[in-house]
Design a protein around this ligand. Sequence first.
Ligand SMILES: NC(=O)c1ccc[n+]([C@@H]2O[C@H](COP(=O)([O-])OP(=O)(O)OC[C@H]3O[C@@H](n4cnc5c(N)ncnc54)[C@H](OP(=O)(O)O)[C@@H]3O)[C@@H](O)[C@H]2O)c1
Length: 245
Amino acid sequence: MRRLLPDPGDLDDAALVEAYRLPEGRSLRMNFVASLDGAVTVQGRSGGLGSPADRRIFVLLRALADGVLVGHGTAAAEGYGPVTADSRLGRLRIELGRPATAPIAVVSRRASLDPGGRLVTEAVSPTLLVTCAAADAGRRAALADAGVRVLVCGDDDVDLPLALDRLAELGLEQVLCEGGPQLLHAALLAGVVDELDLSMSPALVGAGPRLLEGALPGVVRSELRQLLEEDGTLFARYAVTPGAR
Ligand SMILES: NC(=O)c1ccc[n+]([C@@H]2O[C@H](COP(=O)([O-])OP(=O)(O)OC[C@H]3O[C@@H](n4cnc5c(N)ncnc54)[C@H](OP(=O)(O)O)[C@@H]3O)[C@@H](O)[C@H]2O)c1
């Protein structure tokens, strides 16, 4: 991995960890891979845009996070499972002096999480559901019975600032959000995004979902903090400037 900005040079594994480490305190970091034309999927999944280096950073960002936040659409499309200790991610977390597993928090207005799915039945750190009071009470109860920690944040819609407060109360201060586009849009509207980590895959895809589909009330400006490169993929860290929210 090469760092292009700041301080150009090669990064070994330890330097890569430092390149993504966050200062103490609460943060919401969004991680996406996109093509040059802003597509976030190839045939419905992000894997077609990825590369070994992208996968490495995906795992590293998870290893550095207290928990992972993801929209139900992404969890379903990408076949999410829980973080397990006996995995590349679990081993890296231990190397970094962190608990081997971390919870996945699924955002779903309708409480769509499947109580029989792997995210529920195989979780070591119990999976969380971030939902709202309008979600079907029976579904919420069934998920709670299955071991899911159900966080009701908001009445008709999920209140993301409240959800992040609730996660922080549970010790999940540094949250990695893995999308998808709907959740990114809602998080930008709510003004809760601190950082966007964007992998730019050297590919043009054409049709399909984009990084951001919905309108925003104004331009959200971001500041480039770091740019890495490997095999033609660029890995940018942008600080989302609070003044622009
Ligand atoms: N390239 C990448 O880095 C990347 C990253 C992530 C996803 N993706 C791709 O993006 C596609 C999914 O896109 P998407 O926009 O549908 O994903 P999404 O945001 O993960 O999922 C949308 C669903 O999640 C729930 N949700 C999201 N935001 C919410 C909010 N603010 N409040 C309440 N519920 C919320 C809702 O679930 P309910 O309907 O259950 O209420 C909604 O229908 C997949 O094909 C995935 O592969 C790509």
